[in-house]
Design a protein around this ligand. Structure first.
Ligand code: SAH
Length: 349
């Protein structure tokens, strides 16, 4: 089987080339082509033809194809749907902020976590993404948009901790000084709370921000909307967050999508405030994005205001996520679903 050359770190490529009887600098040449987005060995013009032929036998390369690209007329947010080598598709979003451009990437094709308000999980998990595929989401978004990417959030389709090894390797690749060199402090990893992986993540000693999709502060509500809570529980999640913070010194961020009549009462706000204080967490409130297939509605502005006041009065650090790209298909997973269901009138090629 051919190897995935783009998932190799420069040091590993050098070791591979040594085994092929090639000098070290050849590996450096190839890596530089890869970083520039060349996905065809014949395009690597400073390599001898015999080496290019050899590389074609040993490795495969694939250039992700833009299936659709939507640009927001409101704020310039760009939403890409990429076709992968096996015909599957994932979404990537590029958002521009004053402090730079952020890319939101997918980590799996589909998702098996089953959150009741989310579009990405409707068809279940198809497969995990390779490190190279996540890297190309970042690189090709940058190349196509012409916007230099400085921040990465793993908040697209999929559960990053359910694809742990590939996500860790992707982070090493994207962080590599010879590669895109994006600092770990500019990376956020979002999880629905697979606490059995928290220790392993803390062991890596990365400077990234861990975002926990809490969405409800009690087991009854959380288990109803997030099946991942069943068998794990809010109590153990809060304990795992405390431990993670103690071990890494990195403050956790709680993501909380406000759903009308489900998780937005005074009771929820007070309990959330208690958890946030216990963990020293920052709370990021998200007005729920309406998903066609789901019955949930966003909380009313009045309820949100009251909710925020309770948190603030309790001394919790809280922000409300600004809605970007409202005219280019709300939250992640929706574009891919439209393609699957054939309802792709709004997909502009
Ligand atoms: N699986 C990871 C990351 C992907 S989802 C996780 O669960 O964190 C990224 C964020 O978007 C999560 O906080 C998720 O709960 C949230 N989300 C999903 N569907 C949403 C919707 N319809 N409206 C608002 N946020 C949503």
């Amino acid at each position: 089987m051919k190897k995935d050359i783009l998932s190799l770190l420069p040091e590993e490529l050098e070791a591979d080339f040594a085994a092929l009887g090639q000098p070290k600098y050849r590996a450096g040449q190839v890596f530089r082509w890869l970083v520039r987005g060349v996905r065809d060995f014949d395009g690597m013009s400073d390599l001898p033809k015999s080496l290019r032929e050899k590389l074609k036998e040993e490795y495969f390369l694939h250039e992700p194809k833009v299936l659709s690209k939507q640009v927001s007329q409101i704020d310039g947010t760009i939403k890409y749907l990429w076709e992968l080598k096996d015909g599957n598709a994932v979404e990537t979003v590029v958002m521009s902020y004053q402090h730079g451009n952020t890319v939101c990437i997918s980590s799996q094709v589909g998702c098996r976590q089953g959150c009741a308000f989310c579009a990405s999980t409707i068809g279940g998990l198809v497969r995990c993404l390779e490190p190279s595929e996540m890297l190309d989401e970042v690189l090709f978004s940058q190349l196509d948009s012409g916007k230099p990417i400085s921040n990465i959030v793993l908040m697209g389709i999929g559960e990053p901790l359910d694809n742990f090894d590939n996500v860790m390797r992707f982070l090493e690749l994207v962080n590599h000084p010879k590669g895109m060199n994006i600092g770990m402090r500019h990376v956020s990893l979002s999880t629905c709370g697979l606490i059995e992986r928290f220790d392993e993540l803390a062991d890596r000693d990365l400077q990234l921000t861990l975002s926990v999709s809490l969405h409800a502060p009690d087991d009854e509500t959380r288990s109803k909307i997030m099946p991942a809570n069943r068998g794990r529980g809010v109590g153990p999640l809060i304990e795992a967050c405390k431990k993670y913070y103690r071990r890494t010194g990195r403050r956790i961020s709680f993501e909380y999508a406000m759903i009308d009549g489900v998780n937005d009462t005074e009771y929820h706000a007070k309990l959330l405030a208690r958890h946030a204080r216990a963990v020293c967490a920052h709370v990021n409130l998200i007005p729920l994005n309406h998903v066609e297939e789901r019955q949930f509605k966003p909380s009313t502005p009045g309820h949100m205001k009251a909710f925020i006041k309770i948190l603030e009065d309790a001394g919790v650090n809280v922000t409300v996520r600004r809605k970007l790209g409202g005219d280019v298909d709300a939250s992640c997973g929706q574009l891919r679903r439209k393609m699957q269901t054939g309802n792709n009138r709004s997909i502009n090629r």
